[in-house]
Design a protein around this ligand. Structure first.
Ligand code: TYD
Ligand code: MG
Length: 460
């Protein structure tokens, strides 16, 4: 058998070099060379040409595959199934990323246990991080049925792959991909080259054998080097754990999903018996106040396919700094700066001498523009030290010319708010149904100035 060689490819320019150097000889970038294996081409040139002639590639029409059905396995955890787009697709590769200690291993061992327990589906948990004793102790503490959970503690891909072909699991967890290594490369486990090559081999395995694979990836300190990000393009689904380390709530978000909606959220609470599903997450993201307080607004965000009520808080305080602070937690910082500029330009409200802090309660992260109007109202309410009316909910995107733009799925958001007992809604005109929403007082707005008129007309 021909010997495999390794070469080094520059991640910036793609230049190839036979040996590792700190600086790429082609583009002069530093620390961009990564080790990649080079498979020697089989046979001589004439034989390869013959192969192309006798075995040409073929174009197919999609209707030839119309009989193929998507097979999904339920993980037995409804929140996880929803984030996956309705269950685990056979032969798919799912990357589960998140900070160390956030609960990745806990969730996956719980999922494996319920997959194996409900349908008798064979599973395999490969742990490169924890010993079998540790995994067993954890599973026992979680109250899982131990006899249905096969485990393998191994890091070498060359030793793992034959075991997989003997055990034939249908669902496989690899915890974590940063501990895996292949003999094809000389670099250390956890390096970009190793992580990529090991993941590529597992992806190939999943596609060929129909095994559904979960890869666990720790988010590393700088968030890029050999972290889960280098794998995102190779896998079918990318799930990230979010959440405040101090809070017991954990949110799983789908960042990429070839089989379902992105930005879908699954909400869990970390308890002493593992992760528990939260089926009514709106309740936990609303802080409970006995009376209305300045700087607090409730909005309906819609991450994925489910509307979610979230409280947004703002604190505006005169600044002692020449460059006042703008801090946002769970919301986009640049968007906040833009909104404050719109507020100044189109409503004449100046905040350049104030420190401004905004926060989405409960450790949730809001990425959509529907939070624009609520953020501005929270800022205004804190600035004027005036609470907003009780039972008010609001959402809407704000444009640079001071207009309030409609957002997706307006009526659905309004209904969710009404269901949770809200009575008044300030919403973009385009989002208010002509028939209205029973039980909800709608205030359609098209410009920021209209919102301010409404508020000052009501309580000043
Ligand atoms: P873990 O799943 O090991 O995290 P990861 O695999 O993402 O690194 O979770 C570890 C944390 O979860 C640890 O801080 C303890 C906590 N935990 C509980 O609070 N309750 C439990 O039942 C378990 C198993 C863990
Ligand atoms: Mg772990």
């Amino acid at each position: 058998m021909a010997k495999t060689r390794n070469q080094y490819t520059c991640a910036a320019c793609g230049g190839v070099s036979p040996k590792w150097t700190g600086q790429c000889p082609d583009c002069n970038s530093w620390n961009t060379l990564e080790e990649v294996p080079v498979e020697p081409a089989a046979g001589n040139r004439a034989a390869r040409f013959q192969n192309v002639v006798t075995n040409p590639a073929k174009v197919s029409r999609l209707d030839e595959f119309a009989t193929v059905n998507e097979v999904r396995i339920s993980t037995g955890i409804a929140e996880l199934d929803r984030v996956l787009g309705g269950g685990l697709v056979q032969g798919s590769v799912t990357l589960v990323g998140g900070d160390p200690g956030i609960g990745k291993s806990t969730l996956l061992i719980q999922a494996l246990s319920s997959i194996a327990g409900h349908s008798g589906t064979p599973t395999l948990y490969i742990s490169g991080e924890e010993s079998a004793d540790q995994v067993c102790l954890r599973a026992r503490r979680l109250g899982l049925e131990l006899s249905v959970l096969p485990i393998l503690t191994e890091n070498s891909l060359e030793r793992i792959l034959p075991i997989i072909s003997v055990e034939k699991p249908r669902v496989l967890v690899f915890d974590s991909i940063q501990t895996a290594y292949t003999d094809l490369l000389q670099s250390a486990p956890g390096s970009v080259g190793q992580v990529r090559e090991c993941a590529a081999q597992l992806v190939r395995l999943a596609k060929q054998s129909g095994i559904s694979v979960f890869l666990v990836g720790h988010v590393t300190k700088d968030g890029s080097i050999a972290g889960p990000r280098v794998l995102e393009h190779m896998v079918d689904t990318v799930l990230y754990f979010e959440g405040d380390p101090g809070s017991r709530y954990r949110v799983i978000r789908s960042i990429k999903n070839r089989f379902g909606a992105v930005n879908e959220l699954g909400v869990f609470a970390m308890t002493d018996r593992g992760l528990r599903e939260i089926t009514n997450p709106s309740a936990i993201f609303l802080a409970t106040h006995d009376e209305q307080v300045p700087g607090s607004v409730v909005t309906v965000t819609r991450e994925g396919t489910r509307p979610l009520l979230v409280e947004i808080q703002a604190l505006v305080d005169p600044s002692a700094l020449s460059n006042p602070r703008r801090v946002s937690v769970g919301l986009e910082q640049n968007r906040l700066a833009m909104l404050l500029a719109v507020l100044h330009r189109h409503a004449g409200i100046f905040s350049g001498d104030q420190d401004i802090f905004v926060n989405a309660v409960g450790g949730v992260r809001i990425t959509e523009t529907a939070a624009d109007l609520p953020v501005l109202l929270a800022v205004l309410s804190s600035m004027r030290n005036t609470p907003l009316p009780a039972g008010l909910v609001t959402f809407g995107e704000i444009g640079l010319s001071g207009e309030v733009r409609p957002v997706q799925n307006g009526p659905e958001r309004l209904k969710e708010a009404q269901k949770h007992g809200f009575r008044v809604a300030i919403a973009p005109v385009g989002n208010c149904p002509a028939k209205g929403i029973p039980g909800l007082d709608l205030i359609p707005v098209s410009r920021l100035t209209k919102v301010l008129d409404y508020l000052s007309g009501n309580h000043s």
